[in-house]
Write a protein that binds this ligand. Structure first.
Ligand code: PEP
Ligand code: MN
Length: 345
């Protein structure tokens, strides 16, 4: 829908607008109001270049899109009935819990094996463990290729599928070759379109699931869903959206917790939403409340950092990992809330 700055376009302006939309296979239909005339674009109005050319005209106020920019991730797309399953849970049917350490310590793998067993007993379906870490401080521990073996060994010992973040093509290859069933795109890379394309291409034709974090700096919800579309467009639509707090932080929390966007996402996309309360709040003491808030808002799952001995952990674990005991209680309450919230109840 084209909204001009003036009450109506002059014949010359109509001719210029018509020339643009016709070159993209569309036409315009004026909708004449008592005061103002607006112009519907009839045809596929999704072409970004057409919109940019129209928005570049000095007499156009704005273009309101009627069609969704997402061909695959839109709630009305053919994929709307697509189901994603991992760890014995079909998203939407049961609450999915991903839990485990922020970071695997390759010097002390025993902690990770213990954490893996403990999160399984607490009720988690997927084990998380950071092999490679995006660290703000270049001198902080960056992860270690060797940790992929520890991750897969923990998976074998517990029978849990695993999740780990990949940040470049080499890590992507190592993770897929090792058999990691769930890849994580971290908050810092959710706007890295070249990585999103590489991941999309690499997981096409596989059952791999991608957990896509919301970038710290993602503005609109469409920007988040578009990042998922980047991956899905290569042929594997197993993409889960993961709000994890945005910047600037809410004073006292690590980020600005954003679990409240769940219902808004669900109005636009069929993609499951798994909230990460750990990075949202950044302190173990606040994690359970944030997790429950996420479930109340309609989240399909939770991704929680947990450690058998947080104080012995590395990466984020000393600050924000919860203990297996707290995890078990959080999962128990989250499930109760999930059951209450279901529309059939
Ligand atoms: C993580 O999951 O440990 C992590 C680094 O997450 P994010 O990308 O959301 O900061
Ligand atoms: Mn972390």
């Amino acid at each position: 829908m084209i909204l001009p700055k003036s009450n109506r376009l002059t014949p010359e302006q109509v001719a210029a607008v018509t020339e643009i939309v016709e070159s993209f296979g569309c036409r315009i239909q004026p909708i004449v109001g008592a005061v103002r005339t607006i112009y519907a674009i009839v045809g596929d109005e999704r072409d970004e270049l057409m919109i940019n050319r129209l928005e570049g005209l000095p007499y156009i106020e704005r273009i309101d899109r009627i069609q969704s920019p997402f061909k695959l991730m839109d709630i009305r797309s053919d994929l709307a009935t697509h189901q994603i399953a991992i760890g014995g849970v079909t998203l939407g049917r049961d609450l999915l819990v991903i839990a485990g350490q922020c970071t695997i310590d390759p010097k002390n793998p025993g902690y990770f094996y213990e954490t893996a067993q403990a999160v399984k007993e607490a009720g988690a379906h997927v084990l998380r463990g950071g092999v490679w870490k995006p660290r703000t401080n270049p001198y902080a521990f960056q992860g270690d290729d060797k940790s992929i073996e520890i991750l897969m060994e923990a998976s074998r010992r517990t029978g849990l599928p695993v999740n780990t973040e990949v940040m470049d093509e080499d890590q992507l290859k190592l993770a897929l070759d090792a058999g990691v069933p769930m890849l994580q795109v971290g908050a810092r890379n959710a706007l890295n379109y070249s990585l999103l394309r590489q991941i999309g291409g690499a997981v096409a034709g596989r059952k791999t699931v991608v957990l896509l974090k919301r970038s710290l700096h993602m503005g609109t919800l469409n920007e988040f869903i578009s990042a998922a579309e980047y991956i899905a467009t290569f042929g594997n639509p197993n993409v889960i959206l993961c709000p994890r707090g945005t910047a600037p932080a809410l004073d006292g929390y690590r980020n600005h917790p954003d679990e409240s966007i769940v219902p808004l996402l669900k109005e636009r996309t069929w993609a499951p939403v798994v909230v990460d309360p750990s990075h949202s709040v950044g302190k173990a003491a606040y994690v359970p409340a944030c997790a429950l808030a996420a479930v109340a808002y309609g989240a399909d799952g939770l991704c929680i950092e947990a450690h058998v001995q947080p104080s012995k952990g590395i990466g984020d674990d000393p600050k924000q990992a919860i203990t297996p005991k707290v995890l078990a209680e959080t999962i128990r309450l989250a499930r109760e809330l999930w059951a209450l919230r279901r529309p059939s109840v």
